[in-house]
Design a protein around this ligand. Structure first.
Ligand SMILES: O=c1[nH]cnc2c1ncn2[C@H]1C[C@H](O)[C@@H](CO)O1
Ligand SMILES: [Zn+2]
Length: 371
């Protein structure tokens, strides 16, 4: 069996469902764009130092302070050229990490400061993704990137953004999301947007159960009817484990699930777990305390995600590496998480199946030493 060293982790095919476009810029690109557009608010003026600054500033243990770092990335993403470039580089970086399918999200309403319309923002990003896919293909990497449009939960444009998602659904936008500070902004504030999505048979995910606990997950499922949970990590609050159990154990017999935990598992609601980000925002106190392994072993539909590659100084390979070190996972585990993610994607069933059968399974067969 091939070992799980960083080079082999990079080779493994990966699927990414939860990655923010404005949380994944290259530090050098932030600097160059700031220079081009005359943004003078950056705290550091060299690429390595700026990368470190984002990581450290986001390491606050508070979602609110974590979110403040986005002021700088959003400030430099206000023109068609900048949006195209950031989207193109995002695809190139994911392809370099052997991500084979990704859904990348951002909030179009945050990119209107220089006069662009919502449609112009979406079209620029979609062009950037398509360019990135072509560049990756020229380098021998096949990657499919689709878009989720996010509404900010403290704002009041969610219905408009849901309409945008539906308007662009045949052109690369595959779903809708809400993000931003969770406490004080429950998902039910945006019920009309979710109802609009459901009425149009269009899928959505909701950031829930990150900074706020079970009530948020309950609302997202019971009232809003979400198809997936962004993070959802606090579903763990509804699971009672026998005293003294090791969170890295292989089985959790005797675990007792409450109503919310059961419904998440019964309905196979995918959890978009983001290990590093969950530690940075204080959703969990440390990776060792992360319920990823408990949820995986209890057969929840867990998926591995980056959330924000810039703020976390992370990649999918790094997240896999952290989980392997913490919980002792091997290739068969990562294949399962990757298939879980692909099954949960917002593209059509036949398209999901093609990636699983033609790309993921053959890729892991090689790593497992049997193909
Ligand atoms: O982990 C997160 N939780 C809530 N909101 C988030 C998270 N990561 C990024 N965001 C916000 C900040 C971005 O500006 C916005 C759209 O991508 O989504
Ligand atoms: Zn997120």
């Amino acid at each position: 069996m091939t070992t799980l060293d960083p080079a082999h982790l990079t080779l493994a095919p990966k699927v990414l469902l939860h990655d923010h476009l404005d949380g994944g810029l290259r530090p050098a690109t932030v600097l160059e764009l700031a220079h081009e557009v005359g943004y003078d608010g950056l705290p550091v003026d060299d690429a390595a130092g700026l990368g470190r600054w984002f990581r450290e500033a986001a390491d606050s243990g508070s979602l609110e302070r974590y979110l403040e770092t986005f002021t700088h990335t959003v400030a430099v993403m206000q023109t068609v050229d900048a949006l195209e470039r950031v989207a193109r580089e995002c695809v190139e970086d994911l392809a370099d990490d052997n991500v084979v399918y990704a859904e990348v999200r951002y909030a179009p309403e945050q990119h209107l400061e220089a006069g662009l319309t919502l449609d112009e923002v979406v079209e620029a990003v979609l062009r950037g993704f398509a360019d990135g896919e072509r560049i990756a293909a020229d380098r021998g990497k096949t990657i499919i990137v689709r878009c989720l449009v996010t509404a900010m939960r403290h704002a009041a444009r969610s219905r408009e953004i849901a309409e945008l998602a539906v308007r662009y659904r045949d052109r690369g936008v595959v779903g809708f999301d809400i993000a931003g500070a969770e406490a004080g902004h429950p998902p039910t504030r945006h019920l009309d947007a979710f109802e609009y999505m459901r009425a149009n048979c269009a899928p959505f995910t909701i950031h829930a159960g990150e900074a706020f606990g079970l009530p948020s997950i309950h609302e997202a499922i019971g009232f809003c009817g979400t198809d997936r949970l962004g993070h959802g990590v606090r579903v763990f609050d509804d699971i009672e484990l026998p005293d003294g159990v090791d969170l890295a154990a292989h089985s959790f017999t005797g675990a007792k699930l409450g109503l919310i935990a059961n419904i998440v598992r019964d309905k196979r609601i995918p959890l978009e777990l983001c290990p590093s980000s969950n530690v940075q925002t204080g959703a969990v106190t440390s990776l060792a305390e992360h319920p990823f392994n408990v949820l995986a072993r209890l057969r929840f539909r867990v998926t591995v995600n980056t959330d924000n590659r810039l703020m976390g100084d992370t990649t999918m390979s790094k997240e896999f590496g952290l989980l392997a070190d913490q919980f002792g996972y091997g290739w068969a585990d990562f294949e399962r998480f990757t298939v879980n993610a692909m099954k949960s994607a917002f593209i059509h069933f036949d398209e999901r199946l093609a990636v699983i059968d033609d790309v993921i399974k053959p890729g892991y067969a090689v790593l497992l030493g049997s193909g």
